[in-house]
Design a protein around this ligand. Structure first.
Ligand code: DAH
Length: 338
């Protein structure tokens, strides 16, 4: 075969349109490989007549040098443009605004629960929690609310099975704890309660209560008053006063509705307390002898007081929140305020 000038032309044609290093590698193998075009040309030399060999060989050498150096320089070009591309795609624009992470915060009810706990712990109370799903026995029966008792009407709830229900109050924790521990008992239990109530600004079918119970020898109403008075001062401010008004709860005797002096007017009367000077917080009283008997505690030996206040109520009074629904709507404009 004669040395063909087209080989060089074709090579430059191919290498002109090259886009990446792998394409270049293919061309390198095609021309400079062991079985490549250049090697084939070298092999031809021995078949040529003596006088033509030198000239032909020089031409092939020349061609090989051209191809080698052109592959070398194309490779360098491709590599530097790749590096440019990498640099420009990875460069950081320090003038762009930073990524903004929203910071979460503790829910106001959780905050209030923690505060209630720490006040009672500072007064020597133990903290317990119990099941949301309760037995009729703990929620009603043992609390001196037998079946068909009219007190059940006010606490209709969600039944999961006969006699298995979502607790309407945290008071069943009184029974659970008295059955488990021996007096002296000084405990609070905080948790969710459920009632078949329509949702409005002051009612929710799901809410929270803090239950308190003290059982020991010689416990009197004075201890109840001192405890709730101390708690209220710590929670709402030193000038807070407490008021007991007679009320009926089957598991206490005497029983009372418990109020604090209005946090807005201090007791003078204003729109927030509806001009009564007081805000109702929940129930309290002396543990009924029947309840003590139900758990095997002798009412002639031990006495107790109990109370059950609403956590939402405490939060609403403390932070001036006008509507109970705000707690559960997850509106950031509300949640961010605490
Ligand atoms: N459990 C009652 C309720 O939800 C509130 C209550 C009243 C709790 C008197 C008590 C208590 O511990 O002594 O209506």
């Amino acid at each position: 075969m004669e040395f063909n000038e087209d080989i060089e032309k074709q090579f430059f044609e191919k290498i002109k349109n090259i886009k990446d290093l792998s394409e270049l590698k293919k061309i390198e193998i095609e021309y400079l490989g062991k079985k490549g075009i250049v090697q084939e040309l070298y092999k031809k030399i021995k078949d040529l007549p003596e006088e033509k060999r030198k000239e032909f060989g020089e031409k092939v050498n020349n061609l090989r040098n051209i191809i080698e150096s052109s592959i070398e320089s194309t490779k360098a070009q491709l590599e530097s443009s790749l590096a440019d591309l990498k640099l420009s795609s990875e460069k950081i624009d320090v003038t762009l605004p930073g990524l903004h992470f929203q910071r979460g915060s503790i829910h106001v009810l959780t905050k209030v629960i923690e505060e209630v706990k720490s006040i009672f712990v500072s007064m020597g109370f133990d903290v317990f929690s119990g099941p949301d799903i309760e037995d009729d026995y703990y929620n009603f029966e043992a609390l001196n609310i037998p079946e068909h008792h009219p007190a059940r009407d006010m606490q209709d709830t969600f039944y999961l099975a006969q006699k298995i229900l979502l607790r309407t109050q945290t008071s069943p924790m009184q029974i659970r704890i008295m059955k488990k521990l021996k007096p002296p008992i000084r405990m609070i239990a905080i948790g969710r309660c459920y009632r078949r109530d329509a949702l409005d600004s002051s009612h929710s079918p799901q809410f929270h209560q803090v239950e308190g119970l003290v059982v020991d020898k010689g416990i009197s109403f004075a201890n109840l008053k001192a405890t709730l008075s101390e708690f209220s001062k710590k929670m709402f401010g030193e000038n807070t006063r407490i008021r007991f008004t007679p009320s009926y709860f089957p598991f206490v005797e005497p029983g009372s509705e418990t109020s604090i002096s209005c946090v807005i007017c201090g007791g003078k009367g204003c729109p927030v307390c509806k001009y009564t000077g007081f805000l109702e917080m929940g129930g309290s009283g002396m543990v009924h002898p029947n309840v003590l008997r139900n758990v095997g505690i002798d009412p002639d030996e031990f006495q107790g007081f109990a109370f059950g206040w609403g956590i939402e109520r405490i939060a609403m009074v403390k932070y001036g929140i006008p509507d109970i629904r705000y707690f559960y709507q997850n509106d950031l404009r509300f949640l961010k305020q605490f």
